[in-house]
Design a protein around this ligand. Sequence first.
Ligand code: BEZ
Ligand code: FE
Length: 293
Amino acid sequence: MITQENGFFTEEDSVEVVTSRNSNAKSERLKQAMDVVIRKLHEAVKEIEPSQEEWMEAIQFLTQTGATCNDWRQEFILLSDVLGVSMLVDAINNRKPSGASESTVLGPFHVAEAPELPMGSNICLDQKGEDMFIQGLILDTSGQPIADAVIDVWQANDEGFYDVQQKGIQPDFNLRGVFRTGKDGRYWFRAVKPKYYPIPDDGPVGQLLSDLGRHPYRPAHLHYIIKAVGFETLTTHIFDPKDPYINSDAVFGVKRSLLAEFVKVDDRTRSVAYGFEGDFWEVVHDFVLAEER
Ligand code: BEZ
Ligand code: FE
């Protein structure tokens, strides 16, 4: 048996030699996680058999990934997103009971201090894009409306940029808002039809995607975080099923149940009532929250 004392390194015994050194780990969970990571990493290296140059290239990639991180850019999360790891962690931590709405990735563009607005507000502050009316219900799994649910919504504009990516170009808090349901659990607000956009692709993760022959686009979507007392918080999106990238989201965030219907409405009375110029898009989508477990 290999112990901390007698474990000279060999190619054959590499995993046991390294993991046995961790027997005095201060946390059992850390030891368990590192044992798995070391085992899988050694397995990968043994299968790939990288040259020294290739290994150095991998190290340089990770170095650049770290160097690209700053207060508003997290390149490691982006790496986890494009490798499908963010969605996997999300899936493991959000196994919902039947009937509850599914979750998806948070993404880097949520702003914690978006303003709470009166129901029905138009979150588009720069009058650019195609008008859109969004409405639905926040329900529990037995179909009852949830009062006092807080709906935090954000989206990119019709050029595919979030306000925080275009400071000084878009107004602050453009296309963001927080709404609170009444007794009937209904929500509704006005916005503009979102468009597909590339994830930040001017760094090492963008280069990796390009080297792998992958595009960096996410299909058009609206982000939601929905909270209510006694219920699990739901972080999710709704997607436009007609988007050209709906089947190839760069971060794997699309789920069948998150496809909404974007319907073009030609109704002058409604359009005037909403303060729109003419035709508008309508999305009707209910969300079902799981009871806190
Ligand atoms: C987003 O949808 O905002 C997003 C998610 C993951 C990576 C980049 C952007
Ligand atoms: Fe997004």
